[in-house]
Design a protein around this ligand. Sequence first.
Ligand SMILES: N[C@@H](CCC(=O)N[C@@H](CS)C(=O)NCC(=O)O)C(=O)O
Length: 213
Amino acid sequence: MKLYTFFRSSASYRVRIALAYKGIAHEAAYVSLPKAEHQADAFRAVNAQGLVPALADGGHTLIQSLAIIEYLDERHPLPPLLPEDPVERAYVRAVAQIVACEIHPLNNLRTLKYVKRSYELDDDGVNAWYRHWIAAGFAMLEDYLVRARRHGRYCHGDAVSMADCCLVPQVFNAQRYACDVSPYPTIMRIFAECMKLDAFDATQPMRQPDATN
Ligand SMILES: N[C@@H](CCC(=O)N[C@@H](CS)C(=O)NCC(=O)O)C(=O)O
């Protein structure tokens, strides 16, 4: 199994957590976003979308972090990253998708580059955009976690799930952009709990072999 990854990519970090949590042996192929290696022909031959992560396994190449995590969960069921009950599964998927579908696309590299170029924003302008969508998305996520009343130590009770694989990397992104995370006590408490686990800690961005400042 080979994971195409970039240390700062939060979508890659989601998959790194899943692989580590399940103890799945794999090799890594590093794809630098600042060097635009994700847009080069060599990587587009792996993933025509030019996005990380991608996972090569058994002659197949899988893309999209949530699809990859669900594939890993089906192929390597223990320990599970999705609960068995359909309603509980829908909850875990909803939390994961609030991050992956509502928050992350608005703050992705290509989105930031586009708004910067098109609206002639300076760094402060880009940071304001970034922080706005983190605040809107984290408010939505915090509210859902509290209302659903399914969280325990982690997003889904005391069991690590795909929801945590998504929440933690998004908090790293928020902290990198110096977003105010104080209004989201539930998110930050779950984040702190997850970071006590090796699967989350060892896979964090600055611990990756391709990490640079
Ligand atoms: N929905 C995709 C998102 C993949 C994605 O956008 N990855 C980012 C890094 S986190 C990327 O490759 N960005 C390159 C770009 O925006 O040009 C997933 O979950 O895998």
